[in-house]
Write a protein that binds this ligand. Sequence first.
Ligand code: KIV
Length: 283
Amino acid sequence: MSLYPSPDLKVTLASCQTKKARGEKITCLTAYDYPFARLFDESGIDILLVGDSWGMAAAGHENTLAVTVEEMLIATRSVRRGARRALIVADMPYGSYHLSVSQAIENAVRFVKEGGAEAIKLEGGERRADIVHALVQAEIPVMSHIGLTPQSVHRQSGYHVQGTSDAAAHQLLQDARALQGAGAFAIVLEGIPRELAAAITREVSIPTIGIGAGPDCDGQVLVLHDLLGLSFRPAAKFARAYADLGPIVRTAAESFREDVENGKFPTDQESYHFPRHSSITIL
Ligand code: KIV
């Protein structure tokens, strides 16, 4: 029983776990700023992931490796201010947890204290289990991320479907078991065969959130810019665009430009005037 009123309005680790138990799907979108966090929160999305995909989707980087803790903190605070119901998960950028367990804790604490995150996400399987365990011991919930892990872009020789050999598939199953054992509350499964994602989802009792991992995961995540048709790269086959905002934005900007160039913006009604009866004169 909760001490506070309307506990079921807020998405929590427990409510995500309940959704898995009931076979209800968990929804997750990335968000990086206040307006989109508000809109997604008001749309009933369960989890807002402040993903380091920000580096590619919003900052125009080639990959996510250059993203810094400071940049992710600005995004996390903005999302925090826009969301009331959704669970806020902040992505730990490359280099912020790779040096030591204590470095990981130090940075993760910043996401909670300074960013307002309720959980953090980090990439990697069995190899990262000690970090996951230490963060959970420090009261920081962890969402893990295995399969195609964008921070491994060089080691994985680009962005390729993972787990396609017998050994690789078994390793991913083992990764999922190890992460659950270490205390992760959920696991993102990215870019793996549907059958493997289904097997991992059956194997672990914590929710799996898929992206390019087929429909059998406990939930699905999409990147905001893919959802809205604002990506300027060829879309992966799973990245369904639910809107095509590019032409809408372009038309608005073109209309503004034409109106300014033709003296149609602003009009007199859109201008301020001296107070009536004032005696101000301008030389
Ligand atoms: O950074 C991100 O947005 C992610 C999701 C694609 C899972 O890691």
